[in-house]
Design a protein. Structure first.
Length: 356
């Protein structure tokens, strides 16, 4: 081979079953391929094959590669030990994926609601299904008893209540008639039922909260109080607004429109049906901010998104006012649509101020 040092080719015999060593030299061959490309001479290869055996390959290079050849055993042993000590990535990779999911979704309102931490979970004593049914039966009994007592109390003062509800149109000269036998009696029952339900609603609300409260987390308990209080205040505010503003405006419009053409003689039953439906529908429509706050806390919408669609809200408020009011006059619809729009904008700003 001239002045070049003689190439040394050693033939190493490997058993077929010893695949690990064969893989080590294959990886070493790949690592040295880039170095051998700069060599001026090609290595000589020699293969021997025997029955049930394979021939290992060793490379002969020039003197400048002698140092690389001395490092082969340490490199090969390092690769082999790395392959042998490789851990099973099945369970660990799955755990890392779950940890990544928890870190990405931690702090989300929906994630906190579905997966509350142990510190937030209630520490009350667990109850069986029969214990829950017994508690539910008792609370329903208390609610029915409270509403029944309120209805009886309102029926005892039914004539006074009817005089109060007739006040918005008494000054307009409207007279009420009983067009059928027993119409006034059934009207007093209807008025007593609505007023009794209105007076007994705080007790019903308390029994509902007391039943579901043990199953809520501590964060949900803190959130429940303002929601219930705000909802109750808005409902009674809606009824008061309907009685003081909306109902007189609607009735005065009808009286003024018919003035000079017909005499206003109204059925007592139809009048109270109109007034009661208008009052309760107005109270329910005043729950718009409560719904907005709930949607903001869950994370479905943000305050900026609510404010960005105000044009559609104006149209929706007019349509909702037309559906909720039993009359078809435009004045009543405008008087109801204006507060609905104001409540919506107020609820949107409230959601935005809370950081949602």
């Amino acid at each position: 081979m001239g002045s070049t040092s003689g190439a040394f080719i050693s033939h190493m015999q490997f058993n077929v079953n010893n695949c690990c060593c064969f893989e080590r030299f294959r990886s070493i061959r790949t690592q040295l391929s880039s170095v051998q490309a700069h060599s001026s001479r090609r290595p000589r290869l020699s293969l021997r094959s025997r029955k049930s055996s394979r021939t290992g390959v060793c490379f002969a290079v020039d003197d400048d590669l002698t140092e690389k050849q001395q490092e082969l055993p340490s490199v090969g042993s390092g690769i082999g030990s790395a392959l042998e000590d490789r851990p099973d990535m099945g369970d660990s990779s799955r755990e890392e994926t779950l940890e990544t999911f928890d870190q990405d979704n931690e702090g989300s309102a929906i994630y906190d609601f579905l997966y509350p931490s142990k510190e937030l979970l209630p520490d009350d004593k667990e109850m069986t299904i029969f214990d829950h049914l017994e508690e539910l039966r008792q609370r329903i009994f208390v609610s029915v008893l409270a509403v029944g007592g309120a209805i009886l109390g309102c029926f005892a003062f039914s004539k006074e209540l009817i005089m109060i509800l007739e006040a918005p149109v008494k000054e307009q000269g409207v007279r009420f008639l009983q067009l059928a036998p027993g119409e006034f009696f059934f009207t007093t029952l209807k008025v007593s039922g609505y007023c009794g339900l209105l007076l007994g609603s705080p007790i019903i609300l308390y029994e509902i909260i007391a039943f579901v409260l043990p199953g809520l987390t501590k964060a949900e308990r803190r959130f429940l109080g303002p929601i219930v209080l705000g909802s109750s205040v808005l409902f009674y505010a809606g009824i008061t607004f309907s009685y003081l503003v909306l109902t007189p405006a609607a009735l005065n419009f009808f009286v003024s429109y018919a003035e000079g053409a017909v005499e206003s003689l109204w059925s007592i039953d139809q009048y109270f049906e109109f007034v009661l439906v208008l009052m309760f529908s107005t109270g329910l429509s005043f729950q718009v901010p409560v719904i907005q706050v709930l949607l903001g806390q869950v994370g479905l919408v943000t305050g900026d998104q609510m404010l960005s669609i105000w044009r559609y809200v104006v149209v929706g408020a007019v349509v909702a006012a037309a559906v909720l009011t039993p009359s078809t006059d435009p004045l009543t619809q405008v008087l109801l649509a204006a507060p609905l729009l104001g409540l919506y904008l107020g609820g949107a700003w409230m959601v935005k101020l809370t950081g949602r």
